[in-house]
Design a protein around this ligand. Structure first.
Ligand SMILES: Cc1cc2nc3c(=O)[nH]c(=O)nc-3n(C[C@H](O)[C@H](O)[C@H](O)COP(=O)(O)OP(=O)(O)OC[C@H]3O[C@@H](n4cnc5c(N)ncnc54)[C@H](O)[C@@H]3O)c2cc1C
Length: 229
């Protein structure tokens, strides 16, 4: 299948939300949290990369949230593509999806790792899901809080959704959480051992989250992860 780039929005420095249309179908069927696999010929070689879908299922349109990796191959290629460009696509694929819709959840993301959680939270809240979702989202600077307006709107409109941003390099006016996400996760978990924790982002953070939760006695089935590297 091909996906046609319809446009993009700059979310932060070197981060964009790209809107695509799945060509030739009325609906792109997927479970929130899944990714697509994109391929293109770059420098005479076929390069394939995975990207989490950042929007809830909605006809044949879908969004991706990409970081331009300096010296990378695929991400700069996509940033340089014009609207109307068709990209070879496989999927949606993957099992990073809500396991138990009745169970309270903590979503832990850093950087563009927030993409699948935007899809999962949007789909879950719009379908009236009753469990509590806490989104713990770590970035460097306040301006890197991708999709902040959406998360703040959802937290204002849904008593079961809580948005907890964390800045590793906060400005002087920041009154919220600071540092890395891990200690904040442990504080949010407290003495609860019934939660499901989902973590997405770079390996170092995801592995550390998993180790710390296991030390607390969490079963491996309560920890669901997606690693970007
Ligand atoms: C299941 C899955 C879902 C993914 N979803 C997304 C997504 O939604 N958005 C996204 O931007 N990337 C996502 N990635 C990462 C993506 O597939 C590519 O690895 C990334 O775009 C870099 O590819 P590249 O060809 O530009 O760089 P490469 O030439 O492959 O360089 C790889 C370098 O980029 C680093 N890297 C990988 N991903 C990122 C990132 N997001 N931010 C900063 N550095 C990174 C790696 O550590 C490595 O050092 C996902 C990966 C997987 C496995």
């Amino acid at each position: 299948m091909k996906a046609v780039l319809r446009g993009w929005t700059q979310l932060a420095a070197e981060v964009r939300d790209f809107e695509f249309e799945a060509e030739g179908v009325e609906r792109l069927t997927f479970t929130a949290g899944q990714f697509v696999s994109f391929s293109a010929e770059i420098g005479g070689k076929k390069i394939t990369r995975a990207y989490s879908i950042a929007s809830a299922p909605n006809g044949n349109r879908f969004h991706l949230c990409l970081n331009r990796v300096a010296d990378g191959l695929f991400s700069p290629h996509l940033f340089d593509s014009a609207a109307g460009t068709a990209v070879e696509m496989q999927g949606p694929l993957g099992t990073f999806t809500i396991r138990d819709r009745a169970r309270d959840m903590i979503f832990v993301a850093t950087g563009t790792g927030v993409a699948p959680f935007r899809s999962m939270a949007d789909e879950y809240l719009s379908s009236g899901g009753p469990a509590r979702i806490t989104l713990l989202f770590g970035v460097r600077y306040e301006e890197n809080l991708l999709y902040r307006a959406d998360f703040e709107r959802w937290s204002a409109g849904h008593p079961n959704f809580r948005f907890e941003p964390v800045l590793s390099r906060p400005g002087e006016s920041w009154r919220g959480r600071a540092g890395h996400v891990q200690p904040h996760l442990l504080e949010l978990v407290g003495d609860r051992r019934d939660l499901h924790v989902y973590a997405c982002g770079m390996k170092a953070m995801v592995d550390d989250v998993r180790t710390r939760l296991k030390e607390l006695g969490f079963d491996r089935r309560q920890i669901v992860v997606e690693k970007y590297d």
